[in-house]
Design a protein around this ligand. Structure first.
Ligand SMILES: Cc1ncc(COP(=O)(O)O)c(C=O)c1O
Length: 441
């Protein structure tokens, strides 16, 4: 199950269906009898006819299957664990609600994410709050809501929380364990030189001082440690090293160990991330070995719950061939709906939904519509004879796409559509031009 969930789609595939073998598309995606891409039982062309482009399209079953894969991976090891949906990856109310239904907890990193989690009906005790610069208002909001844990990030925050709280609150200390996995620099967070958490660079370092400080407090009830070493990680060894480092700080008070998120996903067909099961296995074994059986293990997956469940559908507006140089295929979105290629140089696949089964034999660069030369979604994509009016799909945009979307160039942000058994449900509507002026005073 976990194996299948981690590597992608295809039940009910037609013979010779190239979609069924894809590592990047949502579970259950297929080439349908009309030759179109189908996600969650919905024909992409029908879908965009009804809802327009660009649009974020998710297979609801895929989201649920990944949540279950996490749960089952813990159960298989005889522990419930606590699985926190790292909601920064996909902060849509419907996603919070879906993961609450699947028995997950949630991590929020701002008052806004806390607000959405509460609006979605999350039990406050299952909400845990991060942030390297929480404001007074956010700390008070979290305390009043009665959230599970506040994850403390700095000495200033310890002081601030102590000053503000008038009743005891459970807290974890965020530690940077000095482990640097191989991923993009912007998404490593576990090294000493980081804006997050307390360092362990010089032996136990500042983390030990923070623990001492919290233990001496009347209002901060220190119950555990937290470390998140980074994102889009394909190796498992760094997690083991990070947990071993946390062990140096352990004490009687340590009931909870939160080992963060970070499991990588397949953005391209060549990517082969570890399975959810392998990832949970390493984290559970590591915590048990270092902290014993008594502590509760928390994990915070973001991308690995949602990235491959979603695609973005665009309409091609222009095809510009520069003889001897390259061909630009321009779509009606870009860096305003997917910032990752510009922020991290991330690679994506692309396909034409109209001819999903045809040989992708044309080499092009997929550009957005924004006033930036760097607004390139996929450099050197192979597409099946792209033409104006075609629907172009970029898979694996379910994480940090909707989350990082902007109104750059006055574009309206796309809708989010959940598909299941051929039924499409708009869970976030498309912005309107009136939304663009709604905040004017
Ligand atoms: C503290 C924390 N936990 C969890 C996550 C989720 O990481 P990922 O989406 O790589 O699983 C992040 C991502 O930035 C994070 O900062």
């Amino acid at each position: 199950m976990a194996e299948q969930v981690q590597t992608g789609p295809g039940s009910g595939a037609l013979a010779g269906d190239p979609i069924a073998g894809s590592a990047v598309l949502p579970l259950g995606s297929r080439l349908n009898e009309r030759g179109h891409l189908e996600i969650g039982g919905c024909d992409l062309l029908d879908l965009v006819e009804a809802h327009g482009t660009p649009a974020y399209v998710y297979a609801e079953d895929d989201l649920r299957a990944r949540a279950r894969a996490y749960r089952e991976a813990f159960e298989r090891r005889g522990t419930g664990g606590e699985i926190l949906f790292a909601s920064k990856a996909f902060p849509a109310t419907a996603a919070y609600r879906l993961f609450a239904e699947e028995g997950l907890s949630v991590d929020v990193a701002s008052g806004g994410e806390l607000h959405i989690a509460l609006a979605a009906g999350f039990d406050p005790a299952r909400i845990h709050m991060h942030g390297n610069n929480k404001t007074d208002e956010e700390i008070l909001m979290a305390a009043r809501a009665g959230i599970g844990h506040l994850i403390l990030d700095s000495f200033d925050e310890i002081e601030r929380a102590e000053r503000l709280l008038d009743a005891p609150m459970k807290v974890l200390i965020r530690v940077t364990p000095g482990v640097k996995p191989s991923t993009h620099d912007f998404i490593t967070t576990g090294q000493l030189d980081s804006k997050f958490g307390f360092g362990m660079g010089d032996g136990a370092g500042q983390a030990a001082a923070a623990i001492e400080r919290a233990l001496a407090s009347d209002t901060l009830e220190l119950v555990g440690l937290h470390a998140h070493i980074g994102s889009q990680i394909f190796e498992l060894e760094p997690y083991r090293l990070a947990i071993a480092a946390l062990g140096e700080l352990a004490g009687e008070w340590c009931e909870v160990v939160d080992v963060g998120g970070g499991l990588g996903v397949a953005y391209t067909e060549e990517d082969r991330p570890p399975t959810i099961d392998d990832y949970v296995g390493v984290k559970v074994a590591g915590v048990r070995e270092v902290f014993g059986d008594g502590v509760r293990i928390m994990v915070e997956p973001g991308r690995s719950l949602v990235a491959n469940a979603g695609v973005t559908a665009y309409r091609i507006g222009t095809v510009k061939e520069i003889p001897g140089v390259r061909t630009y295929v321009a779509v009606d979105g870009g860096m305003s709906d997917n910032l990752r290629p510009m922020l991290y140089g991330s690679r994506y696949e692309a396909l034409i939904a109209d001819r999903a089964g045809e040989e992708p034999d044309t080499l092009v660069t997929v550009a957005g519509m924004h006033c930036e030369s760097g607004d390139v979604l996929v450099r050197d994509a192979r597409l099946a004879a792209p033409a104006v009016g075609d629907v172009l799909v970029t898979p694996a945009t379910g994480a940090y796409g909707h989350a990082m979307a902007s109104n750059y160039n006055g574009v309206t942000r796309p809708p989010v559509i959940f598909c299941r058994d051929g039924e499409a449900r708009v869970v976030v509507r498309r912005e309107t031009y009136d939304d663009l002026t709604a905040r004017d005073v």
